[in-house]
Design a protein around this ligand. Structure first.
Ligand code: SF4
Ligand code: SF4
Length: 349
């Protein structure tokens, strides 16, 4: 474990910037999100979660896949420097591991297939993630329901704890060990720093509401697929998509061609399974025409289908969807309701 004196923070960013494009939480258009920063820039570390998640660094809301004209097809010149992210909370660092199973991994694919997404991999595989422990989780946070926690280190290269006048940094991966060994602005931590970090972790854990036992959730969801509960749960949803766009693990996208004459480009843009036209077919048939079917799809994907494929729930408990939903459709209440639903079709609550 090492220390970074907060007075040396700009030196730290300056050193990182020699090698990496550095991102950190900041203000953009009245919202907090991960933005590219330079030494001396103000960053926003006071709120546990940014309004927008860090997925946009690696999976942008709109990304040109290729351009074409009469001379042929070209992928955009990507002069990507490797990306370093500072200030990524435990829930968000975990979300990137979840997304990497979809975009970056060839597991469960036929041997000769390569469905890895080069646009994601180019950025994510070379990235360096400085995670950031949550010392004061919000009332909307529920990472502790989902095998996470405010000081969880999954998906991080370096784990950072805010310890007053200084940050404590613990390398978690080989990349993390390498960068910690090379940064000259760091000093060795004192023996009592480990004790302080452990106390902050235990205090943060105790601030969170008792976790819900999510065991058996997938089976329960499968059993409830055709039950009327979905109509009741979705009754107030206005299908705005805010939950999906703010979610660090939602990754639906559309591909559109923007062309004029003989030149144009193909662009990947974020989409949302909550939108009525998401599954609209050319014939006019829509397999998920009802709001209840779309809400069910979002819940089933996160808590049943993805875990079936990858062995982990596709939700980090960051609470963003709870905060942004204009009609207060709280995913925690949905989960509680599903778990307590009994065979007579009534919630036990
Ligand atoms: S579903 Fe909600 S709580 Fe879960 S990761 Fe997405 S935004 Fe966060
Ligand atoms: S944010 Fe709320 S109202 Fe909007 S689509 Fe999601 S659940 Fe429905």
């Amino acid at each position: 474990m090492v220390r970074l004196d907060k007075k040396k923070f700009d030196d730290f960013i300056r050193e990182l910037s020699e090698e990496y494009s550095v991102y950190a939480p900041g203000k953009a258009g009245g919202k907090t999100e991960f933005i590219q920063i330079n030494p001396g820039d103000e960053i926003e570390l006071t709120r546990p979660v940014t309004d927008m998640s860090p997925k946009s660094i690696f999976f942008p809301p709109a990304e040109v896949l290729f351009e074409y004209d009469e001379d042929g097809v070209r992928t955009p010149q990507t002069s990507h420097r490797p990306i370093a992210v500072f200030g990524m909370r435990s829930c968000d660092a975990r979300s990137l591991v979840m997304l990497d199973r979809v975009f970056g991994s060839a597991i469960q694919m036929p041997e000769d297939a390569n469905f890895q997404d080069p646009y994601w991999k180019e950025k994510y595989d070379t990235s360096l993630i400085f995670g950031f422990a949550c010392n004061e989780p919000l009332s909307t946070c529920f990472c502790n329901w989902l095998e996470g926690g405010p000081h969880n280190k999954d998906g991080m290269d370096v784990f950072v704890v805010n310890a007053g006048d200084f940050y404590l940094m613990e390398p978690v991966s080989d990349k993390g060990i390498d960068i910690i060994n090379r940064l000259s602005c760091l000093t060795d931590a004192a023996e009592e720093d480990e004790v302080l970090a452990a106390k902050l972790a235990s205090d943060a854990k105790s601030m969170m509401a008792a976790p819900l036992d999510s065991g058996g959730l997938g089976e329960k969801l499968t059993a409830l697929y055709d039950e009327p509960i979905w109509g009741e749960i979705s009754a107030k949803c206005v299908n705005c998509g805010a939950c999906t766009f703010s979610c660090p693990t939602c990754h639906c996208f559309d591909v559109q061609d923007e062309g004029k004459g003989k030149k144009g480009k193909r662009v990947r843009i974020w989409d949302s399974c909550m939108f009525p036209i998401f599954t609209m077919e050319a014939s006019g048939h829509n397999p998920r025409a009802l709001s209840s079917e779309r809400v069910r799809q979002r819940v089933m994907h996160k808590y049943s289908y993805y875990p079936e494929n990858y062995g982990e729930i596709l939700c980090t408990g960051c609470g963003r969807c709870v905060m942004v939903c204009p009609v207060n459709l709280d995913i925690r209440e949905v989960l509680k309701r599903i778990i307590s639903y009994n065979e007579s079709g009534k919630s036990n609550e």
